[in-house]
Ligand binder design. Structure first.
Ligand code: DGI
Ligand code: FE
Ligand code: FE
Ligand code: FE
Length: 185
């Protein structure tokens, strides 16, 4: 089982510098949120350190994973490739480093879109990615404020902002994002 430094050391060569720095900030934020909301701190730390591992993997490689691993929903191929790095990265890590904790796999997997029935660990990683101090989305400060005392409300607001942002750009919204949102309000 990897610790923080081993996990960060593992992902670092797979990432650009700015993305690695984002990953460190997400990891710190995930630890802070996990402590606040009684989530397993070690799992949150590990999932956060690994969450963007596949961000720069070649699209063709990720596409092959989606087509060949029956655990990956095929409809991912119908949506923006930006959504692939979570679910594909989780399974790549499982194979490469034997990361077999199902809860950690889940949190990495759904960190971009959310999903129905998110665990508190899923929510902590999702939210940490959204509010880490380097983020500057419209409305992020309101989500940071909510994250001081209500995990569900903070996630719901982050999902709402994302849905509104995507619709404003006339981009598609992956159904899991709606499921996550509906579940929380
Ligand atoms: O990998 P990061 O940049 O750290 O963050 P992320 O994995 O949360 O990716 C967020 C991007 O994904 C953001 O620019 C919005 C975009 N996106 C595209 N389609 C969807 C989507 N996000 C969600 N939640 N749902 C979508 O359907
Ligand atoms: Fe990501
Ligand atoms: Fe995100
Ligand atoms: Fe991220």
């Amino acid at each position: 089982k990897m610790n923080r430094e081993e996990a960060l050391g593992y992902v670092r060569p797979a990432l650009k510098n700015s993305r690695y720095e984002h990953t460190v900030r997400v990891t710190d934020k995930a630890v802070e949120l996990a402590e606040r909301f009684q989530v397993d701190v070690k799992k949150a730390e590990l999932a956060a350190a690994f969450h963007d591992y596949a961000k720069y993997k070649p699209l063709e490689l990720m596409e092959r994973w989606i087509k060949s691993d029956r655990r990956l929903p095929k409809d991912l191929l119908d949506y923006h490739h930006e959504l692939w790095h979570g679910p594909v990265g989780a399974l790549m890590l499982e194979q490469e480093v034997g990361l077999m904790d199902a809860e950690v796999i889940s949190a990495i997997s759904c960190h971009t879109t959310g999903k129905k029935h998110m665990s508190n660990l899923d929510k902590v990683v999702f939210l940490a990615d959204y509010i880490e101090p380097g983020r500057d989305f419209p409305g992020v400060d309101q989500v940071r404020k909510k994250a001081e005392d209500d995990l569900d409300e903070a996630c719901a607001l982050a999902l709402k902002n994302t849905i509104i942002f995507l619709i404003g750009k006339e981009r598609t919204v992956y159904p899991d994002t709606f499921h996550a949102y509906n579940d929380l309000i």
